[in-house]
Design a protein around this ligand. Structure first.
Ligand SMILES: [Zn+2]
Ligand SMILES: [Zn+2]
Length: 252
């Protein structure tokens, strides 16, 4: 499994794109950085988008992708998430007001986008991947994902404050090769982190103690670009775990 990091930050600024991970050629986790990164041919190749939650920094390029690939694809792009997340996208984004409802365009029978609702904690298939969504703790309904192919598994926390089941299911998964964990605000902004459903480095360190193993490579993402320097220092001071900051544009 190859994971290309199209975007991995908690806000957008020049050089810093919002969350979007490409797994192999046709599956994305979140849609914060598609149309400014992938060329038209690569955009046409996107077949599935696993959405963690409906916040704009995670869905903003779904409408723009739909506009770019209309007329070029023979099957709809699957927008995959929990029922609550899909309800929010229908009502507030692709609602014929903010943007056209591309699940009816160009025709009802063969539209550009198709919603696929999945059950929490019930594994489902996306091409050769087996995916499990698990509830995490954010200000809106949100999930993390545990994703496996025939050889390896990795877990993505999504946006979350302190959470439980995500870590339990990660512990139960075989061959976990990496865990991507959000860390948004510096330690001094602990109150804002709690209020907005995010983690600081200290809070993230507490979360990692829920893992059964200290050896799993941990990759942090969703850092707020304007706090990068202080976040790097605070993260570097944690030495009980194998922690790196996820690198934009790198393939893992
Ligand atoms: Zn976010
Ligand atoms: Zn969010």
């Amino acid at each position: 499994m190859k994971i290309k990091i199209l975007g991995c930050f908690g806000a957008e600024m020049p050089g810093y794109r919002t969350t979007c991970f490409k797994i192999d050629d046709s599956t994305l986790v979140d849609a914060g950085a598609i149309t400014s990164v992938l060329d038209h041919h690569e955009q046409i190749g996107i077949r599935n988008i696993l959405v963690t939650h409906a916040h704009l920094d995670h869905v903003k390029d779904i409408p723009l992708l739909a506009d770019n690939v209309i007329g070029n694809i023979s099957q709809p792009v699957n927008i995959i998430s929990s029922a609550e997340v899909i309800a929010a996208l229908k009502e507030h984004l692709l609602n014929d007001k903010i943007w056209p409802d591309f699940t009816k365009i160009p025709t009802m029978e063969n539209p550009v986008l198709r919603y696929r609702e999945i059950e929490l904690e019930t594994p489902f298939k996306v091409n050769n991947l087996t995916v499990t969504a698990v509830r995490v703790n954010h200000t809106v309904p949100a999930v993390g994902y545990i994703i496996s192919d025939d050889e390896n598994s990795f877990a993505i926390s999504g946006d979350t404050a302190s959470t439980g089941r995500f870590w339990e299911l990660t512990n139960e998964t075989d061959r976990i090769k990496a865990v991507f964990v959000e860390t948004s605000f510096p330690n001094s902004m602990n109150e804002l982190a709690i209020m907005s459903g995010h983690l600081t480095p200290e809070m993230m360190n507490e979360e990692l103690k829920k893992l059964n193993s200290n050896d799993i490579p941990i990759y942090l993402y969703h850092l707020k670009p304007k706090f990068m320097d202080v976040l790097r220092d605070e993260i570097a001071s944690i030495d009980d775990f194998d922690i790196s900051i996820l690198e934009q544009d790198k393939t893992y």
